[in-house]
Design a protein around this ligand. Structure first.
Ligand code: ADP
Ligand code: GN1
Ligand code: MG
Length: 365
């Protein structure tokens, strides 16, 4: 705690620190809520960046600053009348005017302003929440749609490039010493049957059918903040993966997270399903703001994007399980296996409802 106070005190804030608590349920970084004795700015978020995942954290901060300056200016100058309630977290600088602080052990710390009177959920609550999740992602995409991708660094090579994850998995499998349980066998089989299809979005990108745009990269539902009073989406947090990508990665990630009412941490993976009414609500919310910048070809690949990102996350969890849990934080040795099973069940549920999902997309576009 003393150590955390020393770290938090490196940042310029308005008041004295009175409390620091671990916060949120992220799988990658360590997040803390810092409380100040100031009634106007009561909290800020302090985070230790996982530098095994983000090997160039300075570039991550550069992207976040590029993004928040760009969108912050738009909102401050009222250049955007479409998103009156939207908020953008600000990077807090250190007393030496740096956007991060390195402690004696070399850990990389940064601080972010707190989105007040809001919360996020790990599990989708209802159709209204689903619509707000979609609206939140749509607003985010809309606000950055004219920011040039050339201004953003690639801070996580291979992120959401499914064929690269598959190649890595195949290499890990060759040397894996894990005895295949019936659950692991189910994963192996599911992966075997889909190896040819994983290139679908990357092929479309190479052929110029889909374009790189600025994306969030990690729009699962607990990264979309909901106003406690109005129930409306008001901000997106967890901005580490803002970088050039396909909007399909974001839409896919948002739906795989928001259409699974049991949540991605459920133990009862056998009964996981992709709920169509939640998908309709999320897409409705999303398209209410983002319709104008999606092209006909973007729509063509939406279904495959939804299917692919659920599958990809299953593949990433399963590979991490085989590798000994080195990427995602885990609570026990089988945690990543259970998480993989959840995403693979979701993938099968998406596949079995292909026609209905295509019809929803057709209806809403
Ligand atoms: P991780 O990268 O580990 O997922 P996040 O940045 O998502 O960490 O933070 C974890 C949780 O903390 C989020 O799900 C959100 O509920 C909360 N949180 C993060 N940043 C803010 C913020 N600026 N304001 C309010 N809450 C936040
Ligand atoms: C990680 O940091 P967090 O928990 O928001 C991961 C995402 C996964 C997600 C699954 C940088 O996100 O890609 O979809 O876990 N982030 C990174 O819960 O790999
Ligand atoms: Mg997060």
């Amino acid at each position: 705690m003393n150590n955390l106070i020393t770290i938090a005190n490196q940042f310029k804030t308005q008041g004295t620190i009175i409390d620091i608590q671990e916060y949120g349920h992220g799988n990658i970084n360590n997040t803390f809520l810092v409380t100040l004795d100031n009634s106007e700015e009561k909290h800020f978020i302090l985070q230790r960046i996982n530098t095994r995942v983000f090997s160039q954290p300075e570039l991550v901060m550069q992207n976040i600053c590029t993004f928040s300056d760009y969108v912050g200016k738009k909102l401050d100058n009222n250049l955007d009348s479409q998103s009156p309630r939207w908020k953008v977290p600000r990077v807090l600088y250190t007393k030496n005017n740096q956007n991060h602080w390195l402690d004696r052990e070399g850990s990389f710390w940064r601080a972010i302003s707190f989105i007040d009177n809001a919360r996020s959920f790990d599990i989708i609550q209802n159709l209204n929440h689903a619509r707000e999740i979609g609206y939140g992602l749509g607003t985010f995409h809309y606000l950055i749609s004219d920011l040039s991708v050339a201004k953003l660094a690639d801070t996580l090579k291979g992120f959401h490039i499914t064929p690269s994850y598959l190649r890595h998995y195949q290499k890990v499998l060759e040397t894996s010493k894990i005895k295949p349980s019936p659950e692991a066998k189910y994963c192996l089989k599911l992966l075997e049957n889909r190896a040819d299809w994983v290139n679908i979005l990357e092929n479309a990108k190479s052929k110029g059918r889909l374009q790189l745009r600025p994306i969030h990269g990690d729009p699962k539902i607990n990264n979309i903040m909901i106003d406690r009073t109005t129930g409306k989406a008001i901000a997106m947090v967890d901005l580490d993966t803002i970088k050039p990508g396909l909007v399909h990665y974001d839409i896919g990630d948002c739906l795989r997270s928001g259409c699974n009412p049991l949540g991605e941490e459920t133990e009862t993976w056998e009964t996981v399903s992709f709920e169509l009414e939640l998908a309709r609500a999320i897409l409705q919310g999303y398209l209410s703001v983002a319709k104008d910048f999606l092209t006909e070809q973007d729509y063509e690949y939406l279904y495959e994007g939804i299917r692919l990102i659920a599958f990809e996350l299953g593949l990433r969890f399963f590979t991490d399980y085989l590798e000994g849990n080195i990427y995602f934080k885990t609570k026990h040795s089988e945690h990543n296996l259970t998480r993989a099973l959840v995403q693979f069940k979701l993938t099968e549920s998406i596949e079995s409802q292909k026609t209905a999902i295509l019809n929803i997309i057709q209806d809403l576009k």
